[in-house]
Design a protein around this ligand. Structure first.
Ligand SMILES: CSC[C@H]1O[C@H](OP(=O)(O)O)[C@H](O)[C@@H]1O
Length: 344
């Protein structure tokens, strides 16, 4: 199975499959420090909410290893965790993983015990994500009728997670069940996660996939070519508002206009129990150069401003279902909302 992160304990490095170069080139970065992991996340060598959390967890192991011989190891660890947790604001999984790693050493006195505790916690986080994805795939694929064509946005596959994927996990499980006719993948400008990553992942698995420009999605829905829209998530509020890759909200509006199910797939670690409403989610804005690269320019022409929000918010009323490893709820119908509450 494709895995974007490989922990090498004997070498003391986290190997990161550099997704900025896929599918043209397969290159692995060797991250030997928490700051190197932070740089890989900030630069999107590793991306995807769950994968970011898993990378941060192994980054925390590198951090604790780097300070284990110091008297003030806990302060050193905390400083590195603060820096690592600040690199991308929207995906909740980053902060969630950092908190889990901090908690794993909270009651530990000796530094060497803290190293063991961190390594065990990072391994648990990674294994739990893969198990969650498989359960999401199993639960979510049952929502789909036989012969379904699914439209998906961005990349939510093995490259964005601990393996199998979230929305792509449902797609893979539906394909394994013989229920899937094919997939329509949006290119997902400007970073092209769909064109470069999703189409490649699905083709590698022999799953029929057609790539479209983002702006073709609504027309294909109007033409009856789409039976369901399935996307991932970066942060979900208690009422079911969903932060996800820019363009998700437009897909939800078009899906509602054509009475097409709009399904969100995410592990429960993507739910932010502190968040009542999606409006309070910080949206990451990225460099203008990401947009202008398609025009062969490294910056905007004189007199032209650029807006490059990397995420948007889909209100709960447009979300037909949220599929997690713990179950399914329907924010649009107000059903199963206990799944999104802190006690879930
Ligand atoms: C498995 S959810 C992945 C989620 O993360 C992506 O964002 P990015 O590629 O910028 O990290 C996108 O929002 C996906 O839905």
């Amino acid at each position: 199975m494709l895995k974007p992160l490989l922990w090498k304990p004997e070498e003391g490095v986290l190997e990161v499959l550099d997704q900025r170069l896929l599918p043209a080139e397969t290159r692995w970065l060797r991250c030997d420090s928490a700051s190197a992991v932070a740089e890989a996340i900030a630069g999107m060598a590793v991306r995807g909410a769950p994968a970011i959390g898993i990378a941060a967890a192994w980054g925390a192991v590198l951090a604790i290893r780097s300070v284990a011989g110091q008297e003030d190891w806990r302060q050193g660890f905390d400083r590195q965790m603060a820096a690592l947790g600040a690199v991308r604001p929207t995906a909740v999984n980053l902060g969630w993983a950092i908190n889990r790693m901090r908690e794993s050493v909270a009651g530990v006195e000796r530094a060497e015990d803290a190293v063991s505790a961190c390594e065990a916690e990072a391994a648990r986080i990674e294994a739990a994500d893969l198990a969650a994805n498989r359960r999401i795939g199993e639960l979510g694929s049952r929502l789909l009728p036989d012969g379904v064509t699914v439209l998906t946005h961005c990349n939510t596959g093995a490259l964005a997670t601990g393996g199998h994927g979230t929305a792509l996990g449902i797609i893979r499980s539906a394909w394994e069940r013989g229920a899937l006719k094919g997939v329509i993948a949006t290119e997902t400008r400007p970073w092209l996660q769909g064109a470069r990553l999703t189409s490649w992942e699905l083709a590698e698995d022999g799953i029929p996939v057609s790539l479209i420009v983002d702006s073709a999605a609504a027309a294909l829905m109007a033409a009856g070519r789409v039976d369901a829209v399935i996307i991932g998530a970066d942060r979900i509020s208690r009422q079911g508002d969903v932060a996800n890759k820019i363009g998700s909200y437009g897909l939800a509006v078009a899906a509602r206009a054509h009475d097409i199910p709009f399904i969100v797939a995410a592990p429960s670690s993507t739910i932010d129990p502190r968040l009542a409403r999606g409006d309070d989610i910080e949206i990451e804005h990225r460099e203008a150069s990401e947009i202008w690269a398609a025009a062969g320019l490294s910056r905007a022409p004189k007199g032209v401003e650029t807006l490059n929000p990397a995420f948007d918010i889909t209100p709960a009323g447009l979300v037909s279902a949220i599929v997690t490893e713990k179950g399914i709820c329907s924010p649009a119908e107000g059903q199963g909302m206990e799944l999104l509450q802190p006690s879930a």
